[in-house]
Design a protein around this ligand. Structure first.
Ligand SMILES: Cc1cc2nc3c(=O)[nH]c(=O)nc-3n(C[C@H](O)[C@H](O)[C@H](O)COP(=O)(O)O)c2cc1C
Length: 91
């Protein structure tokens, strides 16, 4: 597993672009998509875990909320940052 993991949902590509840009800056980053049940849910070996998802209808899209419950992160992880889509952040 890479040092950094970003869980990403993207319907039209904006959040995937953002996740890719963050991954490029960080280096050594896996992007795990959440449009379907994530291929990997146990990321306890990752040093950093983040989420990049859009706001759809004032909330999380698809089954993201349900999937997030299954994601296991290390309690000692340096940081766990939840990133909302830039259209929401900018408001
Ligand atoms: C079905 C749908 C619902 C949306 N609902 C909201 C919303 O409630 N609030 C908001 O700020 N943006 C909303 N948006 C805008 C998206 O969050 C925005 O276009 C985002 O960049 C889409 O990311 P994506 O391309 O990764 O899917 C919505 C977009 C769609 C397609």
């Amino acid at each position: 597993m890479k040092e950094n993991v970003i869980f990403c949902y993207s319907g039209t590509g904006n959040c995937l672009d953002m996740a890719k840009n963050i991954a490029k800056e960080l280096g050594d980053t896996d992007i795990i998509m959440m449009r379907k049940y994530p291929a990997v849910t146990d990321v306890r070996e990752a040093k950093r875990v983040g989420f990049v998802v859009p706001c759809y209808g004032g909330g999380l899209p698809g089954h993201v909320e349900r999937y997030i419950h299954d994601i296991k992160v290390a309690t000692a992880a340096d940081s766990r940052v939840t990133l909302r889509d830039i259209s929401t952040i900018s408001r």
